[in-house]
Design a binder for this molecule. Structure first.
Ligand code: NAI
Ligand code: MG
Length: 501
């Protein structure tokens, strides 16, 4: 065990034991080749710890454990007991939220106050919500004729591979574990290599809650190695993925060999529409949150702001003012900080490259547009919040997901043009409409090609409400009752009560 954990002290002084192994069958084990992933603190570029990286052989072991648990204790456990374990897990998350939020901030760079109040509340809340569903998932009796009794059973899908991203490491784990476990599946989860730490601390809570060995197995590992092994594994019945659209497409291809059930939650370039008749102050504040929170690293970020001509200039001025006043860049452990660093050097470089793309394509830089070097000793992956105006729909900055504190503000003439620009994208995840005209708001809600519409807000996600995309933003839904559908199969049983031959 000694080399499978390390004692750490976080920048906020919090001391804790960081597991570093692979969590298989409720035990910590080393990876078969001993390869490691080193986790970096994006605030000062220092190394935090190295963790074991799974190889395909390790995925095999995790799948074997998950299969044995599925066939054994888990599948036959009374559903209310399953719910009790999930409820216990949600309580343990609540009890350990400070250390979990600390790890999240250290490894990911998100402000600690947000990690604690939002991410961790989401994790315990989501697990609790689905704990309540565990004993309320049932089939139907379907009337046909007196000669037949027909009913359906909602069975778990089996062993689920879950591949999660780095922007909300624990949040995305909870979104995927909640419905999978409530429905009686077992899980092999792979965390993102950029943020491998918090999920390992969470793994200990799974064991502490009393889940039987093998029900939840947690691996770190590289996408192209461990992730690909999961997506292709013949022993895995379903793959659930959150991440980029490009990787989602690869996963679909890999999963096709064994025709796995899939759910994908991928990229976005979500529009936020502001009409002349909107409450401008509210529109500005929500638009700011909609793109600048979590350092712009949100799949549903409203990264294209479309503003009606009559208020365009005023909106741009007010938006810039709001960014200056609110987007305080700094150490994510400081209470003053709104914006921490981008998660990795790769993401930082990516945002900077889109700044160059915007300039070279002729968009007008209204603010930001550079790396920010005034935190601590000048290290870290900080980017000034960036606003481009006079952007054309053909430009890459209008079309491609940047995933940073980076927004384009475009004008439109009327409702028709607003809708045309909003839908002029291969994505369809979030969308927002600001107007005081309720008829117009609901009319647009129907016509926007997106999985979610916020009327007079942005990023108002809720674990009780379905979440997901259309077009190239994904397949299937997470959260809410709808989230259960991806984790059960309906079996139909026909009982002959009188058709005698
Ligand atoms: P990614 O989609 O490559 O990574 C997400 C997860 O997929 C990670 O766990 C990774 O290990 C895994 N993965 C990568 N390649 C895989 C493969 N071939 N087979 C199986 N699993 C694989 O995203 P990345 O490279 O971290 O970020 C690139 C861009 O993706 C971001 O700039 C952003 O635009 C988008 N993204 C979107 C997210 C969302 O919430 N929808 C989250 C993270 C990234
Ligand atoms: Mg990191």
């Amino acid at each position: 065990m000694s080399d499978l954990s390390v004692e750490l002290t976080a920048p906020n002084g919090k001391k804790y034991t960081q597991p570093t192994g692979l969590f298989i069958n409720n035990e910590w084990v080393a990876s078969s080749k001993g390869n490691k992933i080193t986790s970096i603190n994006p605030t000062d570029e220092s190394e935090i710890a190295s963790v074991h990286a799974a190889e395909p052989e390790d995925v095999d072991k995790a799948v074997e454990a998950a299969r044995a648990a599925f066939k054994g204790p888990w599948r036959d456990m009374p559903s209310t007991e399953r719910g009790d374990l999930m409820y216990k897990l949600s309580q343990l998350v609540e009890e350990n939220k400070e250390v979990l939020a600390t790890i999240e901030t250290w490894d990911n760079g998100k402000p600690y106050a947000v990690a604690l109040a939002e991410d961790l509340a989401e994790v315990s809340g989501c697990l609790k919500y689905y704990a309540g569903y565990a004993d309320k998932i049932h089939g139907q009796v379907i009337d046909t004729s007196p000669a037949k009794l027909a009913y359906t059973i909602r069975e778990p899908v089996g062993v689920c591979g879950q591949i999660i991203p780095w922007n909300y490491p624990l949040g995305m784990a909870a979104w995927k574990l909640g419905p999978a476990l409530a429905c009686g599946n077992t899980v092999v989860m792979k965390a993102a290599e950029q943020t491998p730490l918090s999920i390992l601390f969470f793994a200990n809570l799974i064991k502490e809650a009393g889940f039987p060995p093998g029900v939840v197995n947690i691996l770190n590992g590289h996408g192209r190695i461990a992730g690909a092994a999961i997506a292709q594994h013949p022993g895995i019945d379903k793959v659930a993925f959150t991440g980029s659209t490009a990787t989602g497409k690869e996963i679909m291809k890999m999963a096709s060999a064994t025709m796995k059930n899939i759910t994908l939650e991928t990229g976005g370039k979500s529009p936020l529409l502001v009409f002349d008749d909107a409450d401008l102050d509210q529109a500005v504040k929500w638009a700011h949150i909609g793109i600048m929170s979590n350092m712009g690293q949100i799949c549903t970020a409203t990264s294209r702001i479309l503003v009606q001509e009559g208020i365009y200039d005023k909106f741009v001025d007010e938006f810039k003012k709001q960014v200056k006043e609110t987007s305080k860049i700094g150490d994510p452990f400081s209470d003053e900080t709104f914006q921490g660093p981008q998660v990795t050097k790769a993401q930082y470089d990516r945002v900077l490259s889109y700044i160059e793309a915007g300039k070279s394509e002729g968009a007008e830089l209204a603010m930001g547009g550079e790396a920010y070097k005034n935190v601590g000793a000048g290290k870290g992956f900080f980017v000034s919040p960036t606003v481009f105006i006079n952007v054309k729909s053909t430009m890459r900055v209008f079309r491609e997901e940047v995933f940073g504190p980076f927004v384009v503000i475009v004008s439109f003439k009327d409702e028709e043009e607003a809708l045309e620009k909003a839908n002029d994208t291969t994505y369809g995840l979030g969308s927002a409409v600001f107007t005081k005209d309720i008829v117009k708001a609901h009319r647009l809600a129907r016509k926007i090609e997106a999985g979610m519409v916020w009327i007079n807000s942005s990023q108002d996600s809720d674990f009780r409400i379905p979440f997901g995309g259309v077009k190239q933003s994904g397949i299937g839904r997470e959260l809410g009752e709808a989230g259960l559908e991806a984790y059960t199969n309906k079996k139909s049983v026909h009982v002959n009560l009188g058709t005698w031959l």
